[in-house]
Design a binder for this molecule. Structure first.
Ligand code: NAP
Ligand code: SF4
Length: 677
């Protein structure tokens, strides 16, 4: 008897039965673009083995004009079919099922040949699309159908038609992007002809026993988006046209409301899918910020959908479904929705992986094989780097002792979890605790290890992951009682005044501002508050679902100024897909940002600053508290002691390199080192 009865209820589609209600949603990993077909196959095979009911590939264009980038994955010729066969074969060999997503970018295409309903440039591509004529529209529909037929030939179990997120099909649906006056524009019946024709044509071409998922944008989150009555009308027409399943799309890519970031409440949009339940008789899939089996089970039990889509959680843990089935939900490596190694990489044209699972997309190259020579290994420091090194080493069969001078494991993760919007870090630290237990790592808390002690204990390998210490900004007067470090604020919860200057605008400066600008409950754990903060309304009231009042954040309990010496934009080094959210969030709280600053002095009056090399406009910021977030330096004293004694050691994480350190690099480095010990 499983703890998650709704997840493990099979789903009968008539011609095939899915074993459970979990879909691995489409993700673009970059493996496909590198033509690494065997790696793509290994990536999907591992996830099929993990028990997921159905998987969807990253987007594949039906023709050149629909490709996101020149040369991006497309399937329009029989030669291209061969590229897909290793994947479908490997997935089927594992007993899995896989559908290929057909993604036409329309005006989001990052090249000159993009096409759309009207020649209106999108805010996220520098290229205006070419307006299609009737024949051009007919060609696109035929190309979708051809692509689906080729997908079937390649061995896929179905296709997903990407009709949401502001891509080509979405661009025809709404007046925001469709200004046509012919039969493909104007009335809603005309605007929805394109998706309906595409589904009809695909069904006719592929036959009855092939899965067609249609991803339908249920809340566009852009001005003049679809109204709820249109969403219902479209869903009914898509069902009648022959779709097997409707999946939920949330928000266009150009929307200024976060939809999958870690600060978005879990299952923030399942209410939208729930509203469509009962309007159609084919299964509905819901999506976005669902990352644990319990949340998925609750969503299904509450009748929000027939199936749940999760994407990033399958980068974090390929075995998500099997672990849930076997009563091992607490062993699932949690996706913390950080985007740092997946979506941020995609936007930088780098291969995706996962912050908490560096093996993701590296299945053929990074493996934790059992050791034939079990060693006695000391790991000093239980932050992300040390934890991952200790766990991978123990998993491989080594005897690991983990020293931590604090009274708890987690290092900087324990500070991150205090920040409103970063609650997922709690689950990550809990996961590590459980893993240390399961893998039999000896954990010595409140124990800083000395070089002599390590030598006495005769370890075969010593791993130094002692992390970082705050950088001293050397500001005259910084010993004043009104000066705190970020550790004082986030960890030790020292009292902070109502007027604050935050020195430093890196990740931690932003975290400290977020922490100080909130009062009471975090919007991330209170959906109504979060919707109010970002201005998420109801598509039945406002087309697109933006609230008529706009964003209405709770005011900050403090007046905060964040400063940096650089002249460029604050938070320029934050994640590509999340930096804008952090900046918008602080702007909504009226946090003042000053750049090009010199820190002259601190005294009872506050912080004395000037601007630029000429030290112009000197002035006092009369603040009650000054928080130092001036970056960090490596804490590698122990490594130096060992070096002096001639004892070999491996230095990783912040102790190795503090600049630009984040948990992604720390975990990757720790895991890769331990894979070789
Ligand atoms: P950081 O990103 O290196 O930022 C340090 C800040 O301190 C910069 O704004 C820098 O700006 C300032 N600074 C540097 N030297 C200074 C000096 N001598 N005097 C005064 N100011 C100085 O470091 P961090 O904020 O401590 O973050 C550490 C790492 O954790 C980062 O890599 C970050 O990416 C990661 N992190 C990420 C997140 C996230 O949201 N993804 C959150 C927290 C932490 P100026 O030089 O212009 O003054
Ligand atoms: Fe999730 Fe972050 Fe991993 Fe992406 S990088 S899958 S968001 S944990």
């Amino acid at each position: 008897m499983t703890t998650f009865p709704n997840i493990f209820r099979p789903l009968d589609l008539g011609f095939t039965v899915l074993p459970n209600r979990i879909l691995m949603g489409s993700m673009h990993t970059g493996l496909e673009d590198r033509k690494a077909h065997e790696r793509v196959a290994a990536y999907f095979a591992e996830r099929a083995r993990g028990g997921v009911g159905l998987m969807v590939t990253g987007g594949v264009a039906p023709n050149e004009e629909g490709a996101a980038l020149p040369g991006a994955g497309k399937l329009s010729t029989t030669q291209e079919v061969e590229e897909h066969r290793p994947t479908t074969k490997a997935v089927h060999a594992e007993g899995g099922r896989i559908a290929m997503q057909i993604l036409h970018s329309g005006r989001y295409a990052y090249h000159q040949g993009g096409v759309s309903a009207s020649p209106i440039k999108s805010p996220i591509s520098p290229f205006a699309p070419i307006e299609l004529d009737e024949a051009g529209i007919e060609k696109q529909i035929a190309d979708f159908a051809n692509c689906a037929v080729l997908a079937r030939e390649a061995g896929y179990d179905g296709v997903e038609i990407m009709g949401s997120e502001g891509y080509f099909i979405n661009q025809f649906l709404v007046t925001h992007t469709n200004k046509r006056t012919d039969d493909w524009g104007g009335s809603y019946a005309n605007r929805m002809r394109l998706p309906v024709e595409i589904v009809k044509r695909i069904r006719k071409a592929v036959g009855d026993d092939f899965i067609i998922i249609y991803r339908l944008s249920m809340i566009d989150l852009v001005p003049n988006g679809s109204q709820w009555s249109e969403v219902v009308q479209l869903a009914k027409a898509i069902e009648a046209a022959g779709a097997s399943i409707i999946n939920t799309g949330i928000g266009w890519h150009e929307a200024r409301i976060p939809t999958i970031a870690t600060s978005v409440p879990r299952r923030a949009f399942t209410w939208v899918t729930k509203r469509l339940m009962g309007e159609v008789s084919i299964p509905l899939i819901t999506s976005n910020r669902i990352n644990t089996p319990q949340v998925a089970e609750d969503v299904l039990a509450e009748g929000c959908a027939d199936m749940v889509s999760m994407a990033r959680p399958f980068l974090a843990d390929a075995e998500f479904v099997n672990k849930a089935k076997e009563g091992r939900a607490d062993e699932i490596t949690p996706c913390i929705a950080c985007n740092q190694a997946c979506l941020d990489h995609t936007f930088q044209l780098k291969l995706s992986t996962c912050l908490v699972n560096p093996r993701a997309c590296h299945e053929t190259e990074l493996n934790y094989r059992p050791t034939e020579n079990a060693k006695k290994i000391a790991v000093v420091g239980a932050g992300p780097a040390g934890l991952s090194a200790a766990l991978v080493a123990a998993e491989r069969g080594h005897h690991v002792t983990l020293f931590e001078r604090a009274s708890e494991i987690g290092g900087q993760l324990n500070m991150a979890k205090q920040v409103p919007g970063k609650e997922e870090f709690f689950g990550l630290v809990d996961y590590y605790k459980r893993q240390l237990d399961l893998k039999g790592v000896t954990v010595l808390l409140d124990k800083g290890a000395s070089a002599e002690q390590l030598v006495r204990s005769d370890f075969d390998e010593v791993v130094i992951s002692t992390g970082v210490v705050p950088r001293d900004p050397e500001i005259p007067g910084q010993d004043h009682a009104k000066v705190l470090s970020y550790i004082d604020v986030l960890k030790d919860r020292k009292p902070v005044g109502t007027s604050v200057a935050v020195i430093g605008a890196g990740g931690i400066g932003f975290d400290v501002c977020e922490f100080l600008a909130h009062q009471g409950v975090s919007p991330t754990v209170e959906l109504d508050l979060w919707k109010q903060e970002w201005g998420v309304g109801d598509p039945a009231i406002t087309p697109g679902g933006l609230s008529p009042e706009g964003p209405r954040p709770e005011p900050s309990p403090r007046q905060i100024t964040m400063l940096q010496r650089k002249a460029k934009k604050h938070g320029a080094g934050l994640g590509k897909t999340t930096g804008w959210i952090h900046r918008a969030s602080l702007a909504m709280k009226d946090i003042k940002m000053l750049g090009n600053v010199n820190y002259e002095a601190i005294d009872d009056r506050g912080l004395y600053i000037s601007f630029g090399e000429e030290r112009r406009d000197p002035q006092w910021l009369e603040v009650e508290t000054i928080v130092l977030c001036a970056g960090q330096l490596s804490d590698n004293a122990l490594a130096h002691d060992l070096d002096r004694m001639g004892i070999a050691n491996h230095v990783i994480g912040g102790a190795f390199e503090a600049g630009e350190l984040d948990a992604k690099r720390a975990i990757d480095q720790g895991s890769r080192l331990a894979a070789t010990l």
